[in-house]
Design a protein around this ligand. Structure first.
Ligand code: HEC
Length: 222
């Protein structure tokens, strides 16, 4: 009897040990439970801006290799991607023709382009410039220095390529938009800015009678 009990105890101990050895958890494991050789499991790692003594300059964040420009980044500001940097077409991507601000559009100006421009202008520009381009929208009213009226003589005279560059690179407190608006859309916006400019200061007698009647009820911002 005692021998039987002993056999039973031994058998259940062995079964328990066997169960432990195979591991009976139902969760998926990503690491082996026991690592004999930890090898690359425990590498030194670093967070951005941290000290990291493995490199001679003790910085975790690496700088670009000298005299190189990482693909898709500009040399001047190598931490932000410049989507236009490696594009070959100067007219389309930089608003330049022969190194000067382009006087023409790189694509035909169609009604569809203008409508696209209107939509993108209202999304990206109207918060500051106002839908009509008066510069008296919500953001300037809350403290930003007000932008000029987009129909100012000075801006009317600017080449379309110059306005394209203003949108791409920003100006003073106006942020750059080349990261958020693709080049074709920037051109569509330029076309729409031209349409806005053309819509202000048109002599009333050049309008068709129906429009003339309509504008008598509209007040233009000064
Ligand atoms: C955050 C507000 C803000 C937004 C959004 C904004 N602008 Fe401006 N913009 C300004 C300010 C402020 C100025 C005046 C900058 C200065 O002091 O020269 C300006 C100036 C301009 C000028 C005149 C530049 C010159 O030569 O004087 C143009 C053209 C222009 N913006 C177009 C746009 C277009 C198109 C968009 C949309 C893609 C846009 N802006 C979005 C604030 C903004």
């Amino acid at each position: 009897m005692v021998a039987n009990l002993r056999t039973l105890a031994l058998a259940s101990a062995c079964a328990g040990a066997a169960l432990l050895a195979v591991g009976c958890g139902s969760k998926t494991k990503t690491k082996p439970p026991i690592q004999w050789q930890r090898n690359m499991y425990d590498t030194q790692r670093a967070d951005p801006q941290e000290e990291y003594t493995w490199f001679p300059d003790d910085r975790a964040m690496r700088r670009p290799v000298p005299d190189t420009v990482p693909r898709g980044r500009s040399a001047a500001d190598s931490t932000r991607p410049d989507p236009d940097l490696l594009a070959a077409d100067d007219h389309l991507y930089r608003g330049l023709v022969d190194g000067k601000p382009a006087e023409s559009f790189p694509m035909p100006v169609t009604r569809a382009l203008l409508e696209r421009g209107q939509r993108q202008f209202n999304i990206f520009c109207a918060a500051c410039h106002d839908r009509a381009g008066s510069g008296q929208a919500i953001v300037p009213r809350r403290g930003l220095a007000p932008p000029p009226k987009l129909w100012d003589e000075r801006i009317r005279k600017q080449a379309v390529g110059y306005i394209f560059q203003t949108i791409s690179n920003g100006r003073a407190t106006m942020p750059p938009y080349r990261h958020s608006i693709p080049p074709r859309d920037r051109w569509a916006i330029v076309a729409y800015v031209r349409a806005l400019q053309a819509s202000v200061g048109v002599p009333v007698d050049q309008l068709d009678p129906e429009t003339r009647k309509k504008i008598q009820t509209v007040e233009m911002p000064q």
